[in-house]
Design a protein around this ligand. Structure first.
Ligand code: ADP
Ligand code: ADP
Length: 228
């Protein structure tokens, strides 16, 4: 992922907010990257721009040297939002199929080398809940479904915007380790927005520290913690 000279302004009722100015970042495939910084520094905006959900005002984001548009771009990304968007009256397994239903509507045949959704659920400790309705699960369990689903979606890049922010500290800690486990067995690039420095250091290869003042260079810190 190459982010070059990216700037973003929001104009609302005559007021212009500068969300990002001249952001330059580059990540190799398979890297786990955390974005941290004070509220309003543009973390979500940057994530959304990379995923093609927000338009860029200036600059460019390329993925493997290309800037795919539309459906091609959508296939590159899996999203894990703050609260997992599960269908409450579908089972956990049915919820795992949602990304593939969406892609089929876009004209794609179902991926043949698709990962087994039950194995993915087992890897986040939900093997016993495959046939439960999503609404029966605790918040932490639902978020684990969201993570397993994103890892099984076929997308090489996962964008996670404070995925644990609604969870208590203990649940957060447990899920962090499960996220690490599942990430280590896949070769996905993860961009992970968090308010927790601890979480960022625990999980990441690189931590991007953004400043409250647009235009200040985002600092990239290599963590280099040995992986098991
Ligand atoms: P963070 O995720 O770091 O908290 P955001 O990316 O949400 O920061 O926001 C960056 C800045 O852009 C903030 O000043 C915010 O108010 C502004 N902003 C974000 N989204 C919008 C929007 N849709 N309309 C207007 N301003 C926005
Ligand atoms: P998590 O850490 O995933 O948020 P909780 O702390 O909420 O989980 O729940 C503790 C344990 O209680 C879960 O791991 C699960 O085994 C069980 N549990 C929670 N909600 C349900 C439910 N709706 N049905 C069955 N078991 C549940």
């Amino acid at each position: 992922i190459k982010i070059q000279q990216v700037s973003k302004f929001f104009k609302r009722r005559g007021q212009v907010t500068e969300a990002l100015r001249d952001i330059n970042l580059e990540f190799q495939q398979g890297t786990f990257v955390s974005l941290i910084g004070p509220s309003g520094c543009g973390k979500s905006t940057l994530l959304r721009i990379v995923g093609g959900l927000t338009e860029i005002d200036q600059g460019e984001v390329t993925i493997g040297g290309l800037s795919p548009g539309g459906a091609q771009r959508q296939k590159q990304f899996g999203f894990v939002p703050q609260s997992p968007a599960l269908f409450p009256w579908r089972t956990v397994l049915e919820n795992m199929n949602v990304p593939f239903e969406v892609n089929r509507k876009g004209g794609d045949a179902e991926s043949e080398n698709r990962e087994d959704p039950i194995e993915l659920l087992q890897s986040v400790g939900l093997g016993d809940f495959v046939h439960s309705y999503a609404k029966e699960l605790s918040g932490g369990m639902q978020q684990r479904v969201g993570i397993a689903r994103a890892f099984g979606s076929g997308a090489p890049i996962l964008l996670m915007d404070e995925p644990f922010s609604a969870l208590d500290e203990i649940t957060r800690e447990r899920i962090s380790y499960q996220l690490l486990d599942i990430w280590e067995s896949h070769q996905k690039t993860v961009l992970f927005v968090t308010h927790s420095l601890r979480e960022a250091v625990l999980l990441s290869d690189k931590v991007v520290v953004m400043s409250a003042r647009p235009g200040q260079v985002a600092k990239v810190i290599d963590i280099n913690l040995p992986r098991p």
